[in-house]
Design a protein around this ligand. Structure first.
Ligand code: GAF
Length: 381
């Protein structure tokens, strides 16, 4: 990929580009907890976005997506959101300008192998690759956590999704053979070795992304914030659902049962992340797998961000002795399920599920066996 993108850069533009690689992510457990200041347990994967970048002598940005075979030329003074892949790059540029960083025109080629719309955070990877590349190109001296914040803000303002910090943080800070236990309130993090002992992480792509995804995501976030405002009236120390106990939630059950369910899910999920970390430390993959199934239940019935395709895939592996755990992953309403599967059983499982999925959902199933990978890095040398 590196030599290919370099060649394309030199054919389209000229000179020696800087090349940055930024990975997609999986999340073992801890879903919809990040924007509630809770815990998550994600990992960067071996699929990534690549950016090749070089300076220009004017104030023009010339962007080219190799995968879409599309280009965009825009002046630095005229940056605004656009449709599609370029908006994530422009969103980052906009943040840098707003923060007063001194940048000028550049040529950029984008390429990658993260499946788009599969919930593997290809957009976060584009944002992280862009901010990292611009930081290098213009010697901006931005530290990594600040780059993560810039990438997240680009998603808020240019893609309109009020995401938490998990995806950008994982893309930037990922480490091979490790998951990251991240406290989304303090941003304290710890790498935990991921030893799967004969099991592998298998992603099953529903190949759907329902329209609702971003609007419902933002609604969930608002519902959580509404709950915190209500609870705060009696418990002034509460600043987020991270500070809330099930007992504090009880009054909400009669005021607004839907919001109660949302919050109950988040409070339980934070505990599941902590329990899963203990399970990983004890190499108890069975315990981790059970938590994953419980998370799916909560996401489907209480948080209501699943869909029939995701539920089908999780139900289809329940009771299979070779699958320790499965759940929908990411924001929801489509994308992938993440499954913890015995290595020898993977091929047969995928073959059988593909038939059942086609028969029942009238859709093709795509499967990826993923391994963990490094976070955002320069890959020129
Ligand atoms: C999406 C968001 F971008 C993340 O911040 C996170 O909230 C996730 O959905 C759900 O856990 O990937």
């Amino acid at each position: 990929m590196v030599s290919e993108i370099k060649k394309i850069f030199q054919q389209k533009f000229s000179g020696e580009p800087l090349i940055v690689r930024s990975p997609g992510r999986v999340n073992l457990i801890g879903e919809h907890t990040d924007y509630n200041e809770g815990f998550v347990l994600p990992a960067a994967i071996d699929k990534a976005i690549y950016v090749a970048i070089g300076r220009r002598t004017d104030n023009v940005l010339h962007l080219y997506s190799n995968d879409f075979n599309e280009s965009l030329k825009i002046n630095l003074t005229n940056i605004k959101p656009v449709k599609g892949w370029a908006t994530y790059i422009l969103g980052v540029v906009d943040q840098l300008i707003k923060k007063g960083f001194d940048i000028a025109g550049f040529n950029l080629i984008l390429s990658g192998d993260i499946p788009i719309g599969a919930g593997l955070s290809s957009s976060a990877a584009v944002e992280c690759a862009t901010v990292f590349a611009l930081n290098e190109l213009f010697s901006l001296k931005i530290e990594k956590t600040a780059m993560v914040r810039i990438a997240q803000k680009a998603e808020h303002e240019y893609a309109g999704v009020m995401c938490g910090i998990m995806d950008q943080f994982t893309s930037m800070f990922g480490k091979k053979d490790s998951v990251i236990k991240l406290d989304c309130r303090s941003l304290e993090y710890e790498y935990k070795p991921l030893q799967l002992e004969g099991y592998k992480l298998v992603l099953l792509n529903t190949n759907v992304k329902h329209e609702l995804a971003s609007s419902e995501y933002n609604t969930r976030r608002q519902q959580c914030e509404q709950a915190v405002a209500w609870i705060k009236k009696d418990h002034s120390q509460v600043n987020s659902l991270r500070d809330v106990t099930i007992a504090m939630l009880e009054p909400l059950a009669s005021i607004d049962p839907i919001i109660y369910n949302r919050c109950k899910y988040v409070v339980d999920e934070n505990q599941r992340v902590l329990d899963s970390c203990d399970a990983l430390e004890k190499a108890d993959l069975h315990a981790l797998g059970k938590k994953m199934f419980s998370t799916h239940d909560g996401l489907s019935k209480e948080y209501e961000v699943s869909c029939k395709e995701l539920d089908y895939l999780v139900n289809a592996v329940k009771g299979n002795p070779h699958v320790l755990g499965a759940r929908m992953m990411g924001g929801g309403f489509g994308g992938c399920t993440i499954n913890l599967v015995k290595e020898e059983a993977i091929d047969e499982l995928i073959a059988n599920l593909s038939i059942g999925y086609k028969e029942n959902m009238l859709l093709d199933l795509t499967a990826y066996v993923v391994v963990t990978g490094q976070g955002t890095e320069l890959v020129n040398h």
